[in-house]
Design a protein around this ligand. Structure first.
Ligand code: SF4
Length: 370
């Protein structure tokens, strides 16, 4: 495995490939009369593109835009407020991923509530949350599940395990979201002029390449499934440049070492058994039809939203925060007057500065002095 990674990080090959990609992109610029706009829908790609220097290297030749690919960032304000309110319920234990701790709600964060005495625990998987429920049978353990098609299958398997065990003190607050409806809602926006998509590698490991064929069929756009190493990123951009040059809106897999045509059938089946699709609320995008994965009615006993309903007044975004526009690719963190000047990872104002996959946090780390 180490040897393979070494190959994908080889500096000499990287230089050669970078030159080839730049040449392809320059030919494309001539054809389009402007730099191509390429959007990625994966927070890990956002970070990898900056960390590896690919963004800087290709900046004069292509506009690499970040879309709504950070699941913590796209979680709606009112959901964050609801989760924080649940943390205040007597006897409740909130179990969630570390990134959620610092996401500001309208008044406070989970981290602040923990400091005030709420029982909030960081877990690495939904199965860890189920283990907490086993250890604390007298308390209601609420797992806040955040993620796309990558994490939803594990949450589904966990719920099925909880059902098998007859565990009545374990609940899921599902903020899981489906990627294609967000793409279909965002990409036709004429303001963006998106030419092609770098498709998320991790999501594609679950869904398979074929999942993205709707891009060419419905939206007439090419897409390339990309890996995360420097040469893989360059190769994916190169493939995309070729498709655009040929005017061919196909979907190509450039991450063949991890992604198969048909994806992971067992994971997809688990998702289909446990979740129904409902209208979802996305920060930045607003309401997107059939984009939220919510537990099926047969699993209502384990659904935190059903078991602990809360009436909340809709929250306003933090004043001055441009996360919504950044998640749509319409602004970059540099457009935000608060970036690194009032908003930073230690004291984030919006979620895009909290999550390690957030565009603002990535730009703070890697692009600030570029
Ligand atoms: Fe929001 Fe901070 Fe990003 Fe500005 S820098 S958009 S305030 S998260």
């Amino acid at each position: 495995h180490k040897e393979i990674l070494k190959r994908f990080r080889d500096p000499e090959m990287g230089q050669q490939m970078a030159q080839r990609v730049r040449d392809s992109l320059d030919r494309l610029t001539q054809r389009l009369g402007r730099r191509a706009n390429v959007m990625e829908f994966c927070g890990t790609h956002t970070a990898a593109i900056s960390r590896t220097g690919v963004r800087e290297l290709l900046k004069p030749h292509v506009n690499l835009m970040s879309g709504p690919g950070c699941p913590v960032c796209v979680s709606d304000y009112s959901d964050i407020d609801r989760i924080i309110a649940l943390a205040g319920q007597p006897g409740a234990i909130i179990a969630t991923f570390g990134d959620m701790m610092k996401v500001p709600g309208s008044r406070t964060t989970l981290q602040e509530e923990k400091a005030r005495g709420a029982d909030v625990r960081i877990v690495y998987s939904s199965l860890d949350a189920l283990a907490i429920a086993r250890e604390n049978p007298q308390q209601a353990v609420i797992f806040v599940g955040v993620g796309f098609e990558t994490t939803a299958p594990t949450a589904a398997v966990t719920i099925e395990q909880a059902v098998r065990e007859g565990r009545d003190n374990f609940f899921i607050y599902s903020l899981h979201k489906l990627t294609p409806p967000a793409m279909a809602a965002l990409l036709p926006d004429p303001e963006l002029q998106v030419d092609g998509i770098l498709l998320p590698g991790h999501v594609s490991m679950i869904t398979g390449r074929g999942y993205w064929d709707f891009l060419s069929r419905q939206l007439g756009l090419p897409g390339v499934v990309a890996g995360f190493e420097p040469l893989e990123l360059l190769s994916a951009v190169d493939h995309l440049a070729q498709l655009l040059q040929e005017g061919r809106p196909s979907v190509v897999n450039a991450y063949g070492r991890a992604v198969k045509e048909e994806g992971n059938r067992a994971a997809l089946d688990a998702m289909a058994r446990c979740f129904d699709l409902q209208e979802g609320h996305w920060r930045g995008l607003g309401t997107v039809p059939a984009s939220a994965m919510k537990l099926k009615p047969a699993l209502a006993s384990w659904d935190a939203e059903v078991r602990f309903p809360l009436e909340m007044t809709p929250a306003a975004p933090p004043k001055g925060c441009l996360c919504g526009e950044i998640l749509k690719g319409k602004k970059t963190p540099f457009d935000c007057p608060l970036f690194a000047s009032g908003c930073e990872p230690a004291r984030p104002i919006g979620p895009c500065m909290v999550s390690h996959e957030g565009t603002c946090a990535t730009f703070y780390r890697y692009e600030r002095f570029a």
